[in-house]
Design a protein around this ligand. Structure first.
Ligand SMILES: C[S@@+](CC[C@H](N)C(=O)[O-])C[C@H]1O[C@@H](n2cnc3c(N)ncnc32)[C@H](O)[C@@H]1O
Length: 222
């Protein structure tokens, strides 16, 4: 295994420098950040949002599992550009109704984003036509113990060359053991198993970007 041979890891100064060069944060994204914080709605880190926008570039059809206030949705919508569409799944309509307001504020036409109001596994099992593939990118950010089953459902819906992306796969260091974890914690154990399953699956080319809370990125091998 190639070990890191440098005695440096990025800190706040590096993050601030990157942010100083990045495109200014669109007001609708700033509004979601401000609304999510006091409500403790878990949204992707801004760094991860910027990565999602880049990954979404040129990808026409995106599916997302876990919408909340639509922060990651909006980053991807900006990244894919005006021709792209997103189907996003979340059973909590009180959150997704608010999300729609921020997407409108951000200039995203209603037709571009479809919300499926249901638990994702139910919607996939019911073969909801809105979830018919092929999708060019799938982003997973909902129930951690269900991640593996989301991938099972999404796999046949991915276009050749599509990207599969999942958030929270390092779970603040508890997955690798860099931070202490309760051995019985269901989320930690499920995420550890999920990472192992995807990264060792010969059908995927996959790695984990240590951005935000850990972003797993994978493509199906041809
Ligand atoms: C971490 S938040 C999503 C954050 C969002 N991706 C972002 O970064 O802006 C997880 C969301 O998953 C939703 N959720 C819970 N159970 C779900 C299920 N079974 N299927 C789909 N979404 C679910 C919750 O309602 C919550 O809003």
């Amino acid at each position: 295994m190639g070990k890191r041979e440098r005695d440096w890891i990025p800190d706040e100064t590096d993050h601030d420098w990157i942010e100083s060069l990045a495109q200014p944060l669109p007001p609708a994204l700033a509004a979601i950040e401000a609304a999510a914080r006091p409500e403790r709605i878990p949204i992707v880190d801004r760094d991860a949002g910027r990565v999602l926008a880049v990954l979404a570039g040129g990808r026409k059809r995106i599916v997302e599992v876990g919408t909340a206030y639509g922060y990651s949705t909006l980053w991807m919508a900006y990244g894919q550009g005006p021709g792209g569409t997103i189907v996003t799944i979340d059973p909590d309509r009180s959150r997704t109704d608010l999300a729609r307001g921020w997407w409108r504020q951000g200039g995203i036409a209603d037709e571009r984003i479809t919300v499926v109001t249901a638990p994702a596994l139910d919607a996939f099992a019911a073969d909801d036509p809105r979830l018919a593939g092929p999708f060019d990118l799938a982003f997973i950010d909902a129930m951690k113990p269900e991640y593996e089953r989301y991938v099972e459902a999404l796999r046949p819906r991915l276009a050749p060359g599509a990207l599969l992306v999942a958030d929270n796969v390092l779970w603040s260091g508890r997955v690798s053991g860099s931070r202490p974890a309760d051995p019985d914690d269901a989320n930690t154990n499920a995420l550890r198993q999920f990472d192992r399953a995807v990264l060792t699956d010969p059908g995927f080319l996959a790695t984990i970007l240590p951005v935000g809370d850990g972003l797993l990125v994978a493509t199906l091998r041809a």
